[in-house]
Unconditional design. Structure first.
Length: 324
């Protein structure tokens, strides 16, 4: 009996690729960049399974181009690049990888917070450029983290993990979220509305999914609510922040600093004005990029894919209504 046909849109950790190849005749896109739309449409035409990434726009046209498709498995927690209603109409389960990257991403969010507070990226460039002449009493002064107020926007798993890390710095933690998780109360975090959080926080860390309600959530009005000494950290999704408004706020001194793991668009253009600012630290969407976490994400994606190919329920399904 022949194996089902699978398309994997990028090279993923070998452990997961071996699992996929054991259960399917896999074609793997080996380019550094994602497959083009035409390449994706051609590749899915005869596929029984698709293992994709956030960089792959799996819209209704892509789904319709794959009449044999039985499962879509995304190697990511979020799935805003996938037309979930279109997949559900076809009764195609969509897998994702929740939970696995919580602590790794929280570590990185806090690393960005610390790096921005203490201007580490600026200081490193300063030393490399040969500008370090002597110790100076006002040289590259930053902000204290210890005892400061942290505002967490979105108190899901990652937001709670960031709050746990903040306890070690004896930070006051505020959060804005429609829900009131028991864990938040246990951590001593105080729920406030977003406007109050922005006005009070020394650091604002974003941990919301990208939805119609959260797109451009941090716009010119929101930035104007923040302290002039405040630092914004985004490890959520780029479009949660209005890029042009952020640039204006950083240039004018409306806020002190931003540290971004995600941008809009992504990747950010090399000539984007945000990259010209010393008070904006930008890294290429690597919050979950540890060996252990990326391997586990890939394995989870492979497990979802294999379950779908077998006709079993996906361990982690974004549209469980397909099972009726």
């Amino acid at each position: 009996m022949s194996k089902p046909t699978v398309f994997v849109t990028r090279i993923i950790p070998e452990k997961a690729l071996q699992m996929v190849r054991e259960h399917g005749a896999a074609t793997v896109w080996e380019g550094e960049l994602p497959p083009s739309r035409d390449d994706l449409l051609r590749a899915v035409a005869g596929a029984d399974g698709l293992l994709c990434l956030l960089t792959d726009p799996v819209d209704a046209d892509v789904i319709d181009a794959a009449p044999r498709l039985r499962v879509i498995s995304q190697m990511a927690v979020g799935y805003d690049n996938i037309d979930l209603p279109a997949a559900t109409r076809r009764r195609i389960p969509v897998g994702h990888t929740p939970g696995v990257l919580t602590d790794t991403t929280a570590d990185f969010a806090f690393a960005l917070l610390m790096a921005a507070a203490r201007r580490i990226s600026e200081a490193e460039r300063f030393a490399r450029a040969g500008r370090w002449k002597t110790w100076g009493p006002t040289l590259l002064m930053g902000q204290d983290v210890y005892g400061a107020t942290l505002g967490i926007v979105g108190m899901g798993r990652i937001g709670q993990a960031v709050a746990r890390r903040a306890r070690g710095f004896e930070m006051r933690v505020l959060y804005a979220d429609p829900s009131e998780p028991e864990a938040a109360r246990e951590l001593g975090a105080v729920r406030v509305d977003l406007d109050d959080l922005l006005a009070q926080a020394d650091f604002v860390s974003l941990h919301v999914p990208l939805t119609a309600a959260t797109e451009r959530l941090i716009d010119a009005r929101a930035l104007a609510r923040m302290k002039p000494t405040a630092i914004l950290v985004n490890t959520a999704r780029g479009p949660v922040v209005d890029r042009a408004a952020l640039y204006d706020a950083l240039v004018s001194g409306q806020i002190a600093y931003a540290a971004l793991d995600v941008t809009d668009p992504e990747p950010i253009a090399p000539d984007d004005p945000l990259l010209s600012l010393d008070n904006c630290l930008i890294v290429p969407h690597i919050a979950s990029s540890s060996v252990a976490t990326r391997t586990r994400m890939a394995v989870m994606a492979a497990e979802n894919l294999i379950a779908g190919l077998k006709g079993d329920r996906l361990p982690h399904c974004a549209n469980p209504q397909v099972y009726g």
